[in-house]
Design a protein around this ligand. Structure first.
Ligand code: ADP
Ligand code: ZN
Length: 605
């Protein structure tokens, strides 16, 4: 029988295991239960696919991603594995074929949706079958606090009850301790070994900027850094996905909207276009992305602030799964903070939930406001120690800071006076006018020019007041009401009485520093060959695109860009040389090897 390493080389065409893959595979193959926490793109699939080959029987993979099952099965079939799926979208004849294959022990991998697995028919079918293992993918879907909760996942404890001897593996890219504990309890994995990988994604560069004109900033970012790339833009509302996609299209960027309110057929089409075609930008709500394993998404942009660091990290993790340099880019502003706070306050849910949501938002805001390394901050949030990364905006161009304590005290004292002397509450615009001493109609109407703080900070620009308020709201040093009015809280007192300083970043003209270490994206770049002949690479891409179209498959399922690039650099002239390239396994070599050699030969002439 082959060993795990032999299968890795032969089937997948990779030379070595990454991180803890080898230990996880060994543990599961020996029959142990496992909880696998690994970031997106870390290489989770192999962890159950190789044990599926090493143990007898079929591996049952539970996945909520019905729309992507066909692609997942296509991908394993391309590797030469015997895979099939069962879900509600299939025609009966297809289901019958799959059931037959299960009964005759002809499958390595069976993908099922949880609701389908829990149906009496499927449970009965599986009882008549030899099961190698259960893999519960996207296991964080059992978490009722999380952003992807699927009630059907709660029923999966049945696996432990009905198949106590079959090993189970739960996999997720959501890393908080809370989610981890919920998975263990709900899926009854108390005796499982927990494998936690580093959540660092070295190849992703993080940038978070103040929102000035979101659209223009986004357009400039795409045009200047990603004009021919695939990317995802996340925004909060359904309407804004459509408006923003139209704006990008009007500016010659191929962009499509995606949100949960769209007609399911249109939604599926958008997803398929994104997966199958190059250089498409999808402008989406959070409904888009789980399970999208397109490896060459070069950027993920946020034009509104996400609700939590977990969500942000999961969304940005969809960039650069192939390990090549990628960008996580975001703009956020005062309105984002106010809107999110109001959402939480208005939500029709209990106080515990609201407190949790507030805590999550605060952590996200703190990440936006920090003048320190973004990556270190994110990793700390997930309980990992980290040092400066040199691949985020704050490391590459450290922000200059200024002491805004006095300005903050003037602002807070005005808010306090408005409340106590006038019984009034106002928003940032009015406060800015009062503090800088502008006699606007609204200032005169309310006699705010009589306040002792009127004009007390004429040297501070209106824009700065907005930034200061955003910072105070982000830190919880100030509250906001349902009409965007600013409200004093107990933390405001601490600042007013000089118990806590307020340090702000100066967003204007930050000075770049000399780099002491190589940026991580340089390191990532070096992992792939640098001297790739462009014409050869393009010829291979053209061949791949034709081959993918013939089989109605996404191109990356045939070969990743990184594999094509390596082929172009090595320029093999025999099948044996081609087999050495990372990502070229046995089945793909047999299927496409000769065609690739032909492409290389004609590209050379
Ligand atoms: P995840 O499910 O954790 O997001 P995948 O299983 O999709 O990640 O793997 C991410 C990418 O890394 C895939 O393209 C996969 O083929 C590749 N990969 C996985 N393991 C290895 C390895 N040991 N060596 C090289 N590439 C790998
Ligand atoms: Zn950094």
């Amino acid at each position: 029988m082959s060993t795990a390493l032999e299968l890795l080389r032969q089937v997948f065409g990779y030379q070595e295991f990454r991180g803890q893959q080898a230990q996880i595979i060994e543990h599961a193959t020996a029959g142990g239960d496992a909880l696998v926490l690994m970031p997106t793109g870390g290489g989770k699939s192999l962890c159950y696919q190789i044990p599926a080959l090493l143990r007898s029987g079929v591996a049952v993979v539970v996945s909520p991603l019905i729309a992507l099952m066909q692609d997942q099965v296509n991908a394993v079939q391309q590797l030469g594995l015997r895979g099939a799926f069962l879900n509600s979208t299939q025609a009966w004849s297809e289901q019958r074929n799959t059931i037959q294959a299960v009964l005759e022990d002809e499958l390595d991998l069976l993908y099922v949706a949880p609701e389908r697995l829990l149906s009496a028919d499927t449970l009965e079918l599986l009882h008549d079958t030899n099961i190698a293992l259960f893999a519960v993918d996207e296991a964080h879907c059992v978490s009722q606090w999380g952003h992807d909760f699927r009630p059907d996942y709660l029923g999966l404890s049945v696996l432990c009850e009905e198949w106590p001897d079959v090993p189970r593996m739960a996999l997720t890219a959501t890393a908080t301790t809370r989610t981890r504990e919920e998975i263990i309890t709900q899926l009854r994995l108390q005796n499982a070994r927990v494998f936690v990988s580093s959540f660092d994604r070295l190849n992703i560069k993080y940038q978070i900027k103040p929102k000035i004109q979101a659209r223009k900033q986004l357009l400039h970012f795409i045009n200047s850094e990603h004009s021919d790339d695939s990317g995802i833009v996340y925004t909060q509302s359904r309407a804004s996905t459509e408006q923003l996609a139209k704006f990008l299209t009007d500016n010659a960027i191929k962009a499509l909207p995606y949100h949960a309110g769209m007609d399911p057929v249109a939604r599926a089409e958008t997803q398929a276009t994104f997966l199958r075609e190059d250089n498409i930008v999808v402008v989406a709500t959070v409904a888009f992305g789980m399970g999208i394993d397109k490896p060459d998404v070069r950027f993920v942009a946020h034009v509104d602030i996400p609700k939590s660091v977990e969500g942000y990290y999961q969304e940005t993790g969809r960039a650069g799964r192939d390990g090549e340099p990628a960008d996580a880019w975001m703009v956020y502003g005062l309105q984002d903070v106010i809107r999110q706070r109001q959402f939480i306050a208005a939500a029709n849910s209990d106080t515990a939930y609201k407190a949790h949501a507030t805590e999550q938002l605060n952590a996200m805001l703190a990440l936006c406001e920090t003048p320190q390394c973004r990556r270190a901050r994110i990793l700390n949030y997930f309980g990992e120690q980290a040092v400066r990364c040199n691949n985020c905006d704050n490391c590459l161009t450290p922000p200059t800071t200024w002491d805004a304590t006095t300005a903050a005290q003037k602002l807070l004292s005005t808010i306090w006076r408005l409340h106590h002397e006038y019984k009034q509450h106002f928003g940032t615009g009015q406060l800015s006018d009062i503090l800088t001493g502008i006699r606007s109609d609204k200032v005169l109407q309310w006699h705010h020019d009589k306040l002792t703080t009127f004009g007390c900070a004429a040297d501070v620009s209106p824009a700065t007041w907005f930034i200061l308020v955003r910072h105070l709201l982000a830190n919880g040093d100030l509250n906001v009401g349902s009409h965007s009015e600013l409200l004093f809280n107990s933390r405001s007192h601490e600042i007013l009485y000089g118990e806590r300083p307020v340090i702000l970043r100066v967003s204007e003209s930050p000075k770049p520093i000399k780099k002491t270490r190589q940026p991580a994206n340089m390191l990532a770049k070096q992992r792939t060959p640098t001297d790739v002949p462009t014409e050869v690479f393009e010829a291979l891409r053209t061949w791949r695109s034709g081959t993918a179209k013939e089989q109605s498959l996404p191109a990356y399922i045939i070969f990743h860009d990184s594999t094509l690039r390596a082929i172009a650099a090595v320029h093999p002239s025999t099948l044996a040389e081609l087999a050495e390239v990372s990502g070229v396994g046995e089945t793909k070599l047999n299927r496409y090897g000769q065609a690739i050699l032909d492409v290389l030969k004609s590209a050379a002439t």
